[in-house]
Design a protein around this ligand. Structure first.
Ligand code: ARG
Length: 311
């Protein structure tokens, strides 16, 4: 059987459900219950790890480096909104694309996740030091498809979060430009799982350089192809692959929703959203990102106050 990262996500949920609530501390169990059934799979995963249950995720290697404080000023973390400071439970990343808007992955905030359930942390590479800001509306792409739980497909994995107030300061909190398409000098960042973090998110932001891979190469039978020309390609035009055929460096669980940027002249430009992968950093299993150029219109319309279709 092929144990894929996608399947691992589904298995992780099954594991959560199989654990009797008594295994968790009462306060934490109550908190988890307060969210009800309407939170994303990723949030359910994050809660389980935080409750001290065995790691549900199987992180491999991220291969990145801790980034200098003040770098990547558009990077935000998504944390559980119903917990008070100092407790911060990160479950995904995101990118500030306008003073009051964060772009993230649909699978981070789908399943009817309410805006109250999500806050973002801005302004610092250490998740405990940044400023916490409330989300007041969630726009999940209307055509987002998770697919069957045992074989999800991650189509149109994008969502926008509207913040309760503008947050930019032109320094440590700066939106990232999204206007140029390209694949040069890619870089991914996040607080996601690393080889040594036992399934937990790290507290200091990490980043890694990755190489772009064509969709054709990514759909090849040694990568995400299945050897059957009749089945639809897993990597669709709305997706972008990046990583290394030899493995070793990749985004991983918890990085979802975060930025894939490319170097453009004197700055970095957002080109993708961390979405999925089979495992992490495995040979020929490239990281798969939402290809931002395909969703640029929707993002721009929402930010400009034009009709913003959502699920
Ligand atoms: N789906 C994961 C998450 O929710 C992101 C996985 C990225 N995986 C990869 N191998 N690049 O955090």
């Amino acid at each position: 059987m092929r144990i894929t990262g996608r399947l691992a996500c589904a298995l992780a949920l099954a594991t959560i459900m199989a654990i009797p609530p008594a295994a968790a501390e009462p306060a934490k169990a109550a908190r988890a219950k307060a969210y009800g059934a309407n939170i994303s799979l990723r949030m359910q995963n994050a809660l389980a790890v935080d409750d001290g249950r065995p790691p549900l995720l199987q992180p491999k290697v991220f291969g990145g480096r801790t980034v200098p404080v003040g770098s990547d000023p558009w990077q935000v973390a998504l944390i559980m909104g119903l917990t008070d400071d100092p407790e911060r439970i990160p479950f995904c990343g995101g990118s500030l694309v306008a003073p009051q808007w964060v772009l993230t992955a649909a699978h981070c905030v789908d399943n009817g996740t309410e805006a109250d359930a999500v806050d973002v942390v801005v302004g610092h590479t250490n998740i405990d030091k940044g400023r916490r800001v409330e989300v007041d509306a969630i726009y999940v792409r209307p055509d987002w498809v998770y697919g069957p739980i045992d074989d999800p497909i991650f189509h149109n994995d994008a969502a926008l979060l509207h913040l309760s107030r503008p947050v930019t300061d032109g320094r440590t909190i700066t939106p990232v430009a999204t206007v140029v398409a390209g694949t040069a000098n890619l870089r991914v960042s996040g607080w996601g799982a690393t080889e040594t973090s036992k399934g937990e998110m790290v507290r200091d932001l990490k980043a890694a350089g990755v190489k772009s891979v064509t969709n054709k190469q990514c759909n090849d039978d040694v990568a995400y192809g299945d050897g059957n020309a009749a089945t639809p390609d897993r990597i669709t035009p709305g997706m972008l692959c990046a990583g290394f055929a030899e493995g070793g460096t990749d985004s991983c669980e918890g990085d979802s929703g975060g930025p894939l940027t490319m170097a453009a002249a004197d700055r970095r430009v957002l080109v993708g959203i961390v979405s999925w992968g089979d495992g992490c950093a495995e040979k020929n299993k490239f990281g798969v990102y939402t290809r931002l150029s395909e969703y640029q219109r929707w993002v721009a319309d929402c930010i400009d106050g034009k009709p913003c279709p959502k699920q």
